[in-house]
Write a protein that binds this ligand. Structure first.
Ligand code: KIV
Length: 272
């Protein structure tokens, strides 16, 4: 999108690498629907992730595993319709890219064609290298995701900090270098020691976006519902809440219910 036709410039994967080079931090948030994506985009976010965390925060599942490709496409297409400026990245859901690279490419193509999104994100390193390379060869931008990868929760057993031990940290560094070499435009590092994230961010030239990975990375990502305070039960150390929407929504619904019950709503001005 050119500056002459609109009063904004679309964020691209290229813009993100320029931001890293300039030392400008990248702000990324999730969104799952048209209305919220529009608000987040107009507020100036750089990247919107249509995360498979929709499985948790929208659908109420305990893990991200149940969400389907069709459901991700539905969320992604809704988000894309609400966004004018931000780069829209979509998670490939569990089971749509691990079996083989052809299936991975078919899944990524469906997301790009049917939602209009700009890039896909896949969890994992060397074990899915073939899939990542095949998707990239088709011209689809790929973002990596290392550290705590929630689609592997049953392998890990817990959501605690990853790569605290040297062997796992070394493995993560090798995976990050492989993702850069393969052509990924960025990597999400989730819940790893801040020192390790800093080391990776300095080691590779592509942007490193952290969630629970400290301040010395190239950008930050959080789940929108979490920063808005929509779930009091979820309180990890890395989360900063900017609103208590849970309480605000509850107050509004209670007031509306009272107004209806006492026949105060609608009043004379609120009817035809
Ligand atoms: O699905 C998601 O929301 C994510 C972020 C936590 C990075 O992958």
């Amino acid at each position: 999108m050119s500056k002459t036709t609109k009063d904004y410039i679309r964020i691209t994967t290229h813009s993100l690498s320029e931001m890293k080079a300039k030392g400008e931090k990248i702000a990324m948030l999730t969104a799952y629907d048209y209305t919220m994506a529009g608000i987040v985009d107009k507020a100036g976010i750089d990247v919107i992730l249509v995360g498979d965390s929709a499985s948790n925060v929208v659908a109420g599942h305990e893990t991200t595993l149940p969400i389907t490709l069709e459901q991700m496409i539905y969320h992604a297409a809704s988000v894309v319709r609400g966004v004018e400026r931000a780069l829209v990245v979509v998670d490939l859901p569990f089971g749509t890219y691990q079996a083989d690279s052809k299936e991975a490419l078919r899944s990524a193509i469906r997301i790009m064609k049917e939602s209009g999104a700009h890039a896909v994100k896949l969890e994992g390193g060397s074990q899915i290298q073939d899939s990542i390379e095949r998707i990239l060869q088709a011209g689809i931008p790929v973002m990596g995701h290392l550290g705590l990868t929630p689609q592997s929760i049953y392998k890990f057993g817990t959501y605690t900090v990853r790569a605290k031990e040297e062997v796992e940290a070394e493995h993560l560094i090798q995976d990050a270098q492989m993702l850069e070499k393969a052509g990924c435009f960025g990597i999400v590092l989730e819940k790893i020691p801040a020192k390790l994230a800093d080391k990776v961010a300095k080691m590779v030239n592509i942007p490193i976006i952290g969630i629970g990975a400290g301040a010395d990375v190239d950008g930050q990502v959080l789940v929108l519902n979490d920063i808005l305070g929509m779930n009091k039960e979820f309180s990890p150390r890395f989360l900063r809440r900017y609103l208590n929407l849970d309480e605000e929504i509850s107050k509004a619904v209670k007031s509306y219910t009272i107004d209806v019950k006492r026949k105060d709503f609608p009043n004379n001005k609120e009817q035809y």
